[in-house]
Structures are given as structure tokens and as C-alpha cells.
Design a protein around this ligand. Structure first.
Ligand SMILES: C[S@@+](CC[C@H](N)C(=O)[O-])C[C@H]1O[C@@H](n2cnc3c(N)ncnc32)[C@H](O)[C@@H]1O
Length: 210
């Protein structure tokens, strides 16, 4: 059965979304022993899929989320499935990542951007923990912030063009960009590569470039 989201998208959008996730899948499948960070944890079904590949390619996944109960159930799941060597889950926020600089080969943040309390700090942290040349897989949706969205923790609300601009200012080269609109919402998918050359000064605040 198709999900509510799947019902909203046309064939072209479905193809482009698969392309985005295939790029991640191909990246993970084409190398060995990579360290991957996921911000705002995904569903066990996704993890299980990645874990299969992680075992085979000897990657390590780290998942960070401030939601204690989510981390607890994820840890239980990881233990039950014998994935402890491949996936680590810990409580934390993107604004203050407890990892060394230039540690990760890729950072994933799916449907999490709208929840980040401090976008400027979060993007600075993502850039910090990524190795030069590392990849940032990023997607979310823009919607008018109504009472319902605000009460479910949605804070940031920028259209894709602006998100793309912000990512560039944080020294990422855009490797993939796709957005589409449906029923008043705009969905966007971005892959940025942390620039190898430049390490220019970051803006003091996000709103400097808005
Ligand atoms: C809509 S869910 C997305 C979950 C998953 N990535 C997915 O695509 O299904 C947003 C997640 O972001 C987490 N989150 C909220 N604020 C965060 C922050 N400051 N840093 C990291 N994660 C955060 C929430 O706890 C929640 O698990």
C-alpha cells in the first residue's frame, strides 16, 4: 500500500528521490570502512538495510538524537539484531556533536533540518566533523508553519533555494539538488561535498545571509 507521501508524488519526483537514495547506497557500496553519522535517527527498517551493507563493507554508523526514548529503543533493537559492532546510538544534539573534527566520511540528516534549534551551529558542527571531501546527505520539506507544525517541533522553515545557498556558504559544493512542490509543500534533496580546499570563515549567524 502506498504511503500518504507516496500518493503526493509523481513519477519524475519518485525517480529523483530514488536517485538521491541510490547515490547514498552506491557510495556505501563502493568503499570500505567508512564512518557515517546520522543526525535525527531513522527507522529500524532503514538501519537494518544499512547494517547489511555496513557488515559487508565494514562501515560504522553513529546515530545521534536528543530523544531519550528513541535512543533507548534503537539500542535495544541494535542489541537484539547483533548490530552493536556496526551501529552506535547515542543521545545528543547536532548543535554540539561529541566527535573529533574531520572524523566522518558522510553525514546524513533526513527530515531533521526543520527540528534543529540552532541551524547555524548545527551546520557548523556538521562541517567540522566531516572530513574534507566528505558528503552531506540532506533532505526535508518546506511548509507554512501552522500551529500543528510548531507544536510538533518544527522550527526552521526555509525554501530549498535558501537551504542550498546556506549549504554553499558553509563550504559545501552542491553535488545533487532536487526539489518539487505538492499540495503547498516543497520537498528538497541535497547532497553537498565538504570543500577540500577552502576553510573560509563562517558567518556569525545564519540570518547574515538570508
Ligand atoms: C521527523 S524526525 C526524522 C527521523 C528520521 N531521520 C526519518 O527521516 O524518519 C526528526 C528527528 O530529529 C530529532 N531532533 C530534534 N532536534 C534535534 C537536534 N537538535 N539534533 C539532532 N536531532 C534532533 C528528533 O528527535 C527526531 O528524531
Amino acid at each position: 500500500m502506498r504511503s500518504a507521501f507516496e500518493k503526493r508524488i509523481n513519477e519524475e519526483a519518485a525517480q529523483k528521490i530514488s536517485e538521491f537514495f541510490n547515490l547514498l547506497w552506491n557510495f556505501l557500496g563502493s568503499c570500505y570502512q567508512r564512518d557515517i553519522l546520522e543526525i535525527g535517527c531513522g527507522f529500524p527498517a532503514d538501519l537494518e538495510r544499512y547494517a547489511g551493507l555496513a557488515k559487508y563493507r565494514k562501515h560504522k554508523f553513529f546515530c545521534v538524537d536528543p530523544d531519550e526514548s528513541k535512543i533507548h529503543s534503537l539500542k535495544t533493537y541494535i542489541q537484539k539484531r547483533g548490530l552493536v559492532r556496526f551501529i552506535k546510538a547515542q543521545i545528543g544534539v547536532c548543535e554540539d556533536l561529541k566527535f573529533s573534527s574531520k572524523y566522518f566520511d558522510a553525514v546524513l540528516a533526513f527530515n531533521t533540518y526543520t527540528h534543529l534549534a540552532n541551524l547555524h551551529q548545527s551546520l557548523g558542527e556538521i562541517r567540522r566533523v566531516l572530513k574534507p571531501g566528505g558528503l552531506f546527505f540532506f533532505n526535508d520539506a518546506y511548509q507554512e508553519l501552522s500551529g500543528e507544525h510548531v507544536s510538533t517541533g518544527h522550527i526552521n522553515n526555509y525554501k530549498s533555494v535558501l537551504v542550498r545557498r546556506i549549504i554553499k556558504i558553509f563550504n559545501f559544493k552542491i553535488k545533487y539538488f532536487y526539489c518539487f512542490e505538492s499540495e503547498g509543500e516543497e520537498y528538497w534533496y541535497i547532497i553537498g561535498r565538504r570543500d577540500k580546499e577552502k576553510d573560509q570563515k563562517l558567518p556569525e549567524k545564519c540570518n547574515e545571509f538570508i
